[in-house]
Each structure stands twice: as C-alpha cells, then as structure tokens.
Ligand binder design. Structure first.
Ligand code: KG4
Ligand code: ZN
Length: 337
C-alpha cells in the first residue's frame, strides 16, 4: 500500500508519499511564512492562492524525488478539515480531480488525527491507548486515544490556542513571526528570576484551559514595567516568563487529563510541541510519575503531509471510508464523550 498525501489546511503546502507500514519515501513542506509575515498572521486568501500555485508542482516534485509514477500510488489521502475553508478546498478539489484522473481511491483526513498519527512516524511502538496534548497554532486539545485509535476529547482551550498566544506575545515584544520559535530563541538569552504571571486555570477542575487572560496579563505588565535593554524586564526576560507560564499551564492540565482517565502513557504533538522547554518539562513530568512519553520528532511537529498519510493508515485499519467524508469541513473536530 502506497499513499500520496496532501495537506493544505493552513499556511503550509505539503505533499508526502508513504509506503506501508510506515516508510516515508518523501515529505515536502512548502512554508508560506514569508508571504504572511508582513501581516503578522495568516491571510486566508493569500494562503489559498499560494496552495493553488504550489500544490501541483509539489506533487510532481514528490513523484520525481521518490522515483515513482502515478501507477505506483494506491490511495490519495487529503486533509479535509479543520482549517481555513478556502485552503482546504484547494487541497480537496485538486486531489479529488487527481484521484479521478489516475483512477485511484481518495480519502479525506481529519488534520487533528494527522497530528496524533505523527507519533507513529518516530516510534511505531508507542501504541494507543494514551492521552495526548495536541498543541498548535489553532489547537490546544487534550484527547484520549483508545486501543482502536478512536480519539475522545477530554478538554481544551476555551479561547486562544497556545500557538496563537506565542504569536501574540511575540508581536507585543516585536520578536517577529511566527512567534513560537522567536519567543523560544529570545527566552534562551535570559537566566534568572522570572515575572510571576498567574498560571491559567490552575486549581480549576477538568482539563479546559485558557490563554486570553495570560495574553492580557503580559500586555498589562509590559505597559506597566516597559521593556529594558537587558536583564529583568528585557525582551528575553518577558519571553522566558511567558514561556515558562505556558509550559506549566499546558503540563498541569496534561497531568489532570491523564489522571481523569487513569492513563500512564502521555503524548505531545503539534507545532508547539517543537518547543524545547515544553519537551523537556514533559519528560520531567513523565519521569516524576513513571509515565511513558511519546513526543513527535521535531521534523513532524509542524503541519506536514507524512502525518496525513499515517492517519490514512489509521482510517484504513478502522475500515472507515465514509462517503460523507468527501467534502472539506473547516469545523471538523474530535468525537466528544
Ligand atoms: O501545527 P502547526 O504547524 O499549525 C497548526 O496546525 O496550527 O503549528 C504552528 C504553531 C505556530 O503558532 C507557531 O508559533 C508554533 O506552532 N510553534 C512554536 C514553536 N515552533 C512552532 N511554539 C513554541 N515554540 C516553538 N519552538
Ligand atoms: Zn496543524
């Protein structure tokens, strides 16, 4: 079984070829960051147009790099949601036309399941059941993945996603876009006492989380204390203080989520899972509790199509190729209990 996978849900155009069980023949990701940078965030119309221009070229390049012909492909898998509707439609309509022209079956994939399946790409032995924190630019969700790879939503952000908060704070500190990597980099330049931001939702039951209060707290503190050239109140100081608070908040609720369902295996996936302090703190949390931790490799943290191919394998295993799943659905989510 060889899968050609396509991902266009946000600002990365991505194409991959995966041969079952889990051999990634090629994984190409074309980032649109430079197109959105001047606006400080993703502009949906710009994203759709770039996908339309790049996707056919990337498919050609993927076949060339893997030395394959359309005949060698058994299935086309494409992200059908959640995401920006225009961006999703480009991927779905292009790939369905391709499936028709090549005479191949087509399957629509939930982007969130893609992030979960990205774990298989590093360590196929890290099998479900587990509790995962999916943390990205658009999502901060806690889910339990059961033995049959069904994902049940346990809780998540009530407002902003963690990645959005990173992007917003980077903007306040004028650190550049995208915010996550630039905040992490700035924070590495500071060592010492940190600003005591309150940990969002600490002490509240359940594993819902919120970052809008923290964003406001950062803005208010910056207004009050200003930005110094170095040391306390410098950009690295603010970046490190914010980052530490987010990491603590995210992991506190991961601990709660694991506790809620009595799970001893935890996982970290999504764009923000690239954050080094978050990865290190998750390992400490796992060591402290004797948990087994699965972390997506850096290469597959951000949006990519290899994870979409891996999720297609989940879908095949589950025997789910639902005719309703033929359309783009910007609001696709997890099953709720
Ligand atoms: O998964 P992803 O590529 O796209 C979505 O599905 O949203 O995640 C992108 C997000 C952005 O908000 C970016 O700032 C964040 O992941 N990110 C990071 C780091 N690298 C990327 N956040 C914190 N630390 C990082 N090192
Ligand atoms: Zn994503």
């Amino acid at each position: 079984m060889r899968i050609l996978a396509i991902e266009t849900s946000c600002d990365e155009t991505a194409v991959a070829v995966l041969t079952a069980p889990l051999q990634v023949e090629v994984s190409l990701v074309s980032s649109q960051v430079h197109l959105h940078k001047p606006f400080g965030g993703v502009v949906p119309e710009v994203a759709s147009r770039a996908h339309q221009e790049w996707l056919p070229l990337l498919v050609q390049q993927a076949l060339k790099e893997s030395d394959l012909q359309p005949d060698d492909i058994d299935l086309i898998a494409t992200t059908r949601g959640p995401g920006l509707v225009g961006a999703l439609l480009v991927g779905v309509s292009f790939s369905r036309a391709l499936a028709l022209a090549w005479g191949k079956p087509w399957v629509g994939i939930n982007h969130l399941e893609g992030h979960l399946a990205s774990l298989d790409l590093c360590d196929p032995s890290f099998d479900p059941p587990y509790v995962a924190l999916l943390v990205s630019g658009g999502h901060t969700e806690y889910v339990r993945v059961d033995e049959n790879r069904e994902s049940i939503y346990l809780g998540g952000t009530l407002d902003d996603a963690a990645g959005e908060a990173f992007d917003k704070v980077a903007q306040l500190l004028d650190l550049g876009y995208p915010g996550g990597p630039s905040v992490q980099k700035a924070a590495e330049e500071y060592e010492g006492d940190l600003y005591p931001f309150p940990i969002p939702m600490k002490g509240k039951p359940g594993c819902d989380i919120s970052f809008s209060g923290l964003k406001t707290a950062v803005a208010v503190a910056l207004e009050r204390e200003g930005i110094a050239d170095e040391g306390i109140y410098s950009k690295p100081y603010w970046a490190a203080s914010f980052q530490k608070t987010v990491v603590e908040a995210l992991l506190l609720k991961l601990e709660t989520a694991a506790d809620m369902v009595g799970e001893k295996r935890i996982a970290l996936v999504g764009g923000v899972a690239a954050n080094r302090p978050l990865r290190e703190a998750a390992q400490k949390l796992a060591d402290r509790h004797g948990f087994q931790l699965g972390v997506v490799p850096l290469k597959y943290c951000g949006d990519n199509a290899a994870m979409i191919a891996a999720a297609a394998l989940w879908q095949i295993q589950k025997g789910e190729v639902d005719p309703e799943s033929l359309d783009a659905d910007p609001n696709l989510f997890f099953q709720t209990a």
